[in-house]
Design a protein around this ligand. Structure first.
Ligand code: 6R9
Length: 669
């Protein structure tokens, strides 16, 4: 039988945790044993991190798979857990958010301030007729009101649906319509790349197509002129005038908390539904365990946008439930200069930094001399999320940002999983550059072949999750059948029945994440990208990730994206789009020579089967707002098709840059 997914890249470097960090770590190796001995008792213990108004009767009800219920019968209020209880415990003066605007304006928000704002917003929403179970769309820049708005919804039991500021009218309107939202919370605009970027006009156009919207609540951020309609209300004239006291009511552990849309590669966006008790339990625990957060001393910074699940779980709910002090930054990393992120780290003495591979590779492209100018000695734990991190980008992060002291946690998870699932623990795991290592305590991940059999160490295949976990999605909003079909019909009890999955066949239910992965010889897990992107070259299934990592391991390369393009002889052939590092000369013959060298470099690293047919040197790559490379668009370029859907593209100008700015060399052999 042929292999499911080839394992070509090998890595031997490994970095044990710093001794001092290991000795004082929040979570030690014993957590794995405890969770393995009794998984439900383990999660029950983690749920006790939170303050419950009423205890649960049952930890997990899995009697109607794949619909899980966690902490059945329990009641709690999410906002109370993220805000009030810290003030009640005497931490009202503690800074919750150091906010840094892109133009350099700042705000310092304590837990007491946050309680006042969230209470006012909860009162204002209630006055506008928003009640438990209603849906509220949030379309805001990275300003503190984004967190306040989310917490206010959670406080009154309304579901928020955050849409990236920057998504188009259509993207916003379809999301509002799908969830029948009653209210939109937005701003006049935000600052991006040094200038005001308007949001309100997009909302106005979208709302015109959305009769369910009764009001639009507008935060004044830029002060630019905006058109004003009868549904519009200023935040400062409503929320900031509302009563500052609000009594939070407890909600059922399974009360819905939010909807967040993921587009996937095809079809209409899926409204991923998360609920209350299990979600908060897992994001709180994982934030404590994976980042080793010490709330008294750490300054935490997650650079994600709140419009991405990372912003929900690791800016709002995880850190605030743990009473963290964090930095929130409005803008882009190169405004007003390319050292801005490191300046912020230095200014606030950030000790835990959580960012994405795309950012790390961009910093590699800009050059080592930029971070070198700043004092980064406060950093003690570094995190990565969003895409596989290429081993060489991991090493760059370790050397240039962590200065070889700070452990790196490469965290694998999804909008659907709600919280981190696979990651090193910074005080326990000897991490390997590029590997997410192992499932966290209480999580069961595996790599299987086409027949759902676990692959041996050294083998590749499909990443699956075998047992339900507290922060798992509960369904796709309004579409239980699509929920079953998308995630539960490939392997296990639901296999083969497509969207019509109904009965259990005695087998266990298995969640299919849509990612390829491999186990190395020690059983460590390596994520290999979406299975839809896997290339079939002369009968071998080759992951885009491995070829990209081989390219990035060349000293002249900062970033690479690889696609399989139709080829008359090999079925698919490997086509690579490569961004050179800042100091590399690519003019004329130098570019041609580099391309030749890179093709040979990949062949040497991975074997001749993985040698790209074609390499193009490009200035930029198309990415989503959360920084994921959109290989689908590159495939269109590689196969000379007109471009597909670009609505979720971060910056539509890059596709023009790629088609005009690329240099390419075809294979001669
Ligand atoms: C949190 C988030 C989920 C997809 C996921 C995978 C990719 C995320 C990763 C990673 C390799 C990591 N992904 N983290 N791949 N290593 N550490 O990104 O959620 O936006 O829903 O994307 O992102 O392909 O399936 P989401």
């Amino acid at each position: 039988m042929s292999e499911t997914l080839a394992n070509l890249y090998s890595e031997t470097r490994q970095f044990p945790p710093p001794e001092a960090l290991a000795a004082d770590a929040n979570v030690k190796a014993s957590a794995y044993d405890e969770a393995a001995a009794d998984r439900l008792a383990f999660w029950e213990q983690q749920a006790r991190r939170l303050t419950w108004a009423q205890e649960w009767d049952e930890v997990l009800d899995w009697s109607n798979p794949p619909f899980a219920k966690w902490f059945v019968g329990g009641k709690l209020n999410i906002a109370y857990n993220c805000v009030d209880r810290h003030v009640e415990a005497g931490h009202g003066d503690k800074v919750a958010i150091h906010w840094e605007g892109e133009p350099g304006d700042t705000r310092t928000i304590t837990y007491a301030d946050l309680l006042t704002s969230v209470s006012q917003a909860a009162n204002a929403l209630t006055d506008l007729g928003v009640t438990a179970g209603d849906r509220v769309a949030i379309y805001l820049p990275m300003i503190p009101e984004a967190a306040v708005a989310m917490l206010a919804c959670a406080r009154i039991g309304a579901l928020h649906s955050v849409v990236f500021g920057g998504f188009s009218v259509d993207a916003l309107a379809t999301r509002i319509q799908d969830a029948d939202c009653k209210l939109v919370i937005t701003a006049d605009g935000g600052y991006r790349r040094g200038k005001p970027s308007a949001l309100k006009p997009t909302v106005d156009e979208a709302v015109a197509q959305c009769p369910s919207i009764e009001n639009v609540l507008v935060v004044r951020r830029t002060g630019e002129d905006v058109a004003w309609g009868e549904k519009d209300l200023w935040w400062h004239e409503t929320v900031e005038q509302a009563a500052t006291e609000h009594q939070a009511q407890p909600f059922d552990a399974e009360h819905p908390l939010f909807i967040l849309y993921t587009s996937g590669t095809t079809g209409k966006p899926k409204g991923i539904l998360h609920t209350t008790g299990g979600y908060l339990t897992q994001v709180s625990y994982t934030h404590h365990a994976v980042f080793d957060l010490k709330p008294e001393t750490d300054v935490y910074w997650c650079t994600a946008d709140v419009g991405w699940v990372t912003g929900h779980s690791y800016i709002v709910y995880g850190p605030l439930s743990n009473g963290a002090t964090q930095v929130m930054y409005e803008g882009t990393p190169d405004t007003p200069h390319k050292g801005r992120f490191w300046e912020v780290v230095d200014k606030y003495k950030v000790s835990i930094l959580y960012t994405a591979p795309t950012l790390i590779r961009t910093m590699m492209k800009w050059g080592d001399d930029i971070p070198a100018k700043y004092d980064l000695s406060s950093l003690r734990v570094l995190g990565s999320v969003g895409e596989p991190i290429n081993p060489e980008a991991w090493m760059w992060y370790r050397e240039n940002v962590g200065r070889e002291r700070a452990p790196i946690v490469d965290t694998w998870w999804q909008t659907e999983t709600g919280g981190i699932m696979i990651s090193p623990l910074p005080g326990v795991t000897a991490a390997k550059p590029g590997s997410a290592m192992t499932a966290l305590p209480g999580i069961t991940a595996d790599v299987v072949d086409d027949d759902a059999k676990s692959v041996p160490d050294g083998g590749g295949g499909f990443l699956v999750l075998r047992d339900p976990w507290p922060s798992m999605l509960r369904t796709i909003w309004g579409d239980d059948q699509r929920f079953k079909g998308t995630y539960w019909s490939r392997f296990g009890a639901g296999a083969g029945a497509g969207d019509a999955v109904t009965a259990s066949s005695g087998k266990d239910w298995v969640y299919f994440a849509g990612d390829g992965a491999k186990k190395d010889d020690d059983g460590s897990l390596w994520l290999l990208g979406r299975v839809d992107d896997v290339m079939l070259v002369s009968g071998h299934n080759i992951s885009t990730t491995e070829v990209e990592s081989a390219l990035v391991s060349h000293p002249s390369v900062a970033e690479a994206a690889v696609v399989g393009a139709t080829d008359p002889t090999t079925g698919q052939a490997i086509v690579a789009f490569t961004i050179p590092r800042g100091n590399v000369d690519t003019a004329g013959d130098a570019g041609e020579d580099l391309i030749k060298e890179l093709r040979n470099h990949v062949a040497k690293k991975l074997g001749p089967i993985a040698k790209p047919r074609q390499i193009m040197l490009v200035p930029e790559l198309p990415k989503t707002r959360s920084g994921k490379i959109m290989r689908r668009l590159l495939k269109d370029v590689a196969e000379h098709r007109s471009l597909g859907d670009v609505t979720t593209l971060q910056d539509s100008a890059v596709m023009d840059l790629i088609s005009t700015g690329m240099q390419s060399a075809k294979s001669e052999d």
